[in-house]
Design a protein around this ligand. Structure first.
Ligand code: AMP
Ligand code: ZN
Ligand code: FE
Ligand code: FE
Length: 275
């Protein structure tokens, strides 16, 4: 029997992934995944359609999202799982982020123009959440930089001349919204947090889980986070952070969780769907 694998971290065209919700769900099935959660940045727009397709092809699916938050001036990503897709609290946080992103994208475009790299809003191609990767793509297209990586390294990355922070929503508020939506709040890719004090402070917060299996992690990479999760009695989640062609070196399903974790999330999701 094939092992049960569920990828709990990936992006569709509703944020900065390159596969549509339908393509992403079908791709998951094709590569033999049994479960999936799509975690777009600050939006759950992928859901009505993705769930429908998943049902049609018999792939198990739970709700997911990756919220942008800020803790003492550091940008933090928080995954939400199994929440009620009808939750007004979740919808209103997504809406708040949409407004903030619009303001932020305008500010970034203004800075780029000051650096003689004009881009109009119409040149940002996205069906949903517009983020820095879309701006980087437009910069490549206009010949301002050669690659996305160069765009981030020289201009868009944290601390670079055209960087503008996205979210003023705190980590505590974000956790609270996910809980109001009856979901689980999980620290995303904790290894990307380089400040140990920030990490310690997050570990004292009201999270339900931590992303222990990520991208192309080795067992050694995972161990630190597994130990922390065990100590705290938290969920150990995992996923690829697949973005399609945007990050071609990261395939869907390269990190995943097994049946036990997925079932736990699934029962909560189904309870919420029935309510
Ligand atoms: P945003 O949500 O608009 O801040 O954009 C976040 C996205 O930008 C993430 O999904 C990352 O994949 C991508 N990103 C962030 N930093 C870099 C970087 N240094 N190089 C390439 N992509 C990056
Ligand atoms: Zn992304
Ligand atoms: Fe992230
Ligand atoms: Fe992500």
């Amino acid at each position: 029997m094939n092992e049960f694998r569920a990828d709990l971290h990936c992006h569709s065209t509703c944020s900065d992934g390159t596969l549509t919700p339908e393509e992403l769900v079908r791709h998951a099935k094709e590569i033999g995944l049994a479960g999936l959660s799509i975690t777009d940045h600050d939006t759950i727009a992928t859901y009505p359609l993705a769930l429908l397709v998943a049902k049609e092809i018999d792939l198990e699916m739970i709700s997911g999202v990756e919220f942008s938050a800020v803790h003492k001036n550091t940008s933090i990503h928080i995954l939400g799982y199994a929440f009620d897709l009808k939750s007004p609290a979740i919808h209103s946080l997504c809406e708040r982020h949409r407004h903030r992103r619009e303001e932020r994208n305008q500010a970034i475009l203004e800075r780029l123009a000051e650096h003689r790299m004009p881009i109009s809003e119409e040149e940002l191609e996205s069906e949903g959440t517009v983020g820095r990767p879309h701006i980087a793509q437009a910069m490549v297209k206009k010949g301002y930089v050669k690659t996305l990586v160069e765009a981030f390294k020289r201009f868009l990355g944290e601390g670079k001349p055209c960087h503008v922070r996205i979210s003023h929503v705190t980590v505590e508020e974000t956790i609270d919204v996910i809980h109001q939506g009856k979901g689980f709040a999980v620290i995303a890719h904790p290894h990307l947090m380089h400040n140990q004090k920030t990490l310690r402070e997050l570990l004292e917060m009201n999270f339900d889980g931590i992303e222990c299996f990520y991208g192309k992690f080795t067992p050694q990479d995972e161990q630190k986070w597994v130990d922390i999760a065990e100590k705290k009695g938290w969920l150990m989640t995992g996923g690829s952070d697949f973005h399609g062609e945007l990050k071609p070196h990261i395939p869907l399903g390269c990190s995943w969780v097994g049946q036990e974790t997925f079932q736990l999330l699934k029962s909560r999701f189904y309870e919420n769907e029935m309510s």
